[in-house]
Ligand binder design. Sequence first.
Ligand SMILES: CC(C)(COP(=O)(O)OP(=O)(O)OC[C@H]1O[C@@H](n2cnc3c(N)ncnc32)[C@H](O)[C@@H]1OP(=O)(O)O)[C@@H](O)C(=O)NCCC(=O)NCCS
Length: 331
Amino acid sequence: MELRKVVVLGSARYVPERIMTNHDFEKFLDTTDEWIVQRTGIRERHFRAEGECASSMAITVGKKLLAQTGVDPKDIGLVILPTVTPDYMYPPTAVIVAAKLGCVNASGWDIEGACAGFIDGLYTAWSALATGDVKYVLLIGSEIMTMTADYTDRATCVLFGDASAGVLLKSVDESEYGVEGIYLGSDGTHWKSLYQPAGGCVKPTSHETIEKGEHFMKMEGQSVFKQAVKTMVTSIERVLEKTDTPIEDIDYFIGHQANARIIESTRRKLKIPEEKMYVNIDRYGNTTSATIPLCIDELREAGKLKPGTQLVLFTFGAGFVWGGAHLVWGS
Ligand SMILES: CC(C)(COP(=O)(O)OP(=O)(O)OC[C@H]1O[C@@H](n2cnc3c(N)ncnc32)[C@H](O)[C@@H]1OP(=O)(O)O)[C@@H](O)C(=O)NCCC(=O)NCCS
């Protein structure tokens, strides 16, 4: 079968209005703005308003994407929603989003890829669009990370924020633009380094799990840090090997925003010039599957993405899972 190209038609983002600064944390946690900035690069993040959820934020992003691209919602064949904070355990949040957007001909599913969710979603979208079976895909990462953070644990809660962001992808006959290649990896032997102990079938939610705070995220920060740098470097190298592209040809590197020091170590190891590595973690913290499309949308809005701009997306997250994507902007 002749495979088709998959191009990005548009991008959009939504962040809740409420800003939580490092100084706000100083009021109830044993922490300082200085520590958080030095160790993570984060200055502020956004917290949801009451009632906001993964679907409501994704619907806002979806409406922006449809308005920006002029695509008829009836032509969307798939809504893919990477999230670790779905509205409900089931049904998939993606079908709620699809229904509210009028995507009546779309299937919808969630991808629980944690911080690799966006690139996992891109891979899925790419596969579906490359066959031509589906013409348009909405891919939107949407995360309410504040519901999984423990606000008595200073080592984790300062890192995360809420946000949603995504892209609209199209299947085309031929193009010099679009997805060039994707590399994905995982090593599940580290699953306990970053996880939520209760709420799944191994430990269903009970009075006891709640009393023990097992419905909150648990993380071994240093082990996560080391693996993140190693696998992000590998992800960039491997995807560029796959697409046979010299690293110098890439205009922007857009990494998962987990910690500014992780991104900086990755940049130094690969000798990437500072101006090519996009960083916005200072304003949003880690928003899991939304970080990469948040960066993409800021770059687009700033007029930095022109037809032919070469991007490498790279990520790492709980599992561990990691991956890279090589994308040429334009449609
Ligand atoms: C969490 C992280 C910022 C901690 O930074 P670190 O330099 O590794 O710090 P350590 O864990 O060694 O802790 C050093 C000290 O700072 C303290 N500390 C942790 N969080 C703190 C905070 N918010 N404010 C002040 N002190 C803090 C620790 O308690 C420890 O104190 P101690 O020496 O008295 O025991 C860092 O490990 C990290 O970012 N890891 C990766 C996390 C991540 O990216 N997760 C998502 C992956 S997708």
